[in-house]
Ligand binder design. Structure first.
Ligand code: AMP
Length: 221
């Protein structure tokens, strides 16, 4: 399948993206993870993106659009994928429409994971920890997904890190930016008949079941 997963920062997008992509055989493409890796490696794109990511602001459209377009134009481009964290603006959505049209890879669905702001602030201030291993990328928090050994990734054993952009003021800033553009993005995909909304609060397994149920009629083959 080819899907986009939309939702506010801290909505559990990353966790659900991993489950969905693993269970339904899609490549998980997270622009946030690609950018954090570029920053760690201090590539030219990483250096450019660093101040934006640290302050919770959006990296300029050109940079992210080029990164994603290059991925879809590469010889080993993904044909079944889940996009997580992209598009985040109308300009990005239009660019993606163009690239996918050019590549003959139409989307099957756009899922919106709906979570209230208060819940997000509660979750993120309770401490979110990420696995820095790019091949793993597991995420944890102290409310509903604690690692078995504090500070250590259950899946690959790496030392977990707290993201610089998870401070409360930064989270508020990221939520503000999210709300400024999200309505237009939802309208964009509603008009294309692709939008599916799922409540993102409650148990991880229940949210996953709702997402998978919504996707069922959209599955090809
Ligand atoms: P995420 O892991 O998706 O929450 O992304 C972390 C940060 O990376 C965001 O706060 C932005 O600074 C940057 N970022 C990720 N994806 C995008 C995007 N599609 N457009 C602009 N900035 C992005």
């Amino acid at each position: 399948m080819r899907i986009i997963l939309l939702g506010p920062p801290g909505s559990g997008k990353g966790t659900q993206a991993k489950l969905l992509s693993h269970n339904l055989g899609m490549v998980h493409i997270s622009t946030g993870a690609i950018l954090r890796q570029a920053i760690r490696q201090q590539t030219p794109e990483g250096k450019l993106a660093e101040p934006y990511v640290t302050q919770g602001r959006l990296v300029p459209d050109d940079v992210v659009n080029q990164m994603v377009a290059a991925l879809f134009r590469s010889t080993d481009r993904p044909t079944d994928f889940l996009l997580d964290g992209y598009p985040r603006t109308i300009d990005q959505a239009r660019t993606l429409d163009g690239v996918l049209r050019e590549q003959g890879l139409p989307l099957d669905a756009v899922l919106f994971l709906d979570v209230d702001d208060e819940e997000i602030l509660k979750r993120l201030s309770a401490g979110r920890w990420d696995c820095p291993n790019p091949a793993c990328g597991a995420t944890y928090n102290t409310i509903n997904k604690q690692p078995r050994v504090p500070g250590v990734c259950d899946e690959c054993g790496s030392a977990l890190l707290q993201r610089d952009d998870d401070r409360e003021s930064t989270v508020r800033q990221r939520l503000k930016i999210f709300h400024q553009v999200n309505g237009a993005l939802l309208d964009h995909y509603q008009h294309q008949g692709l939008l599916l909304r799922v409540r993102g609060q409650g148990k991880i397994e229940d949210i996953y079941d709702n997402l998978a149920r919504q996707l069922k009629p959209k599955q090809r083959k």
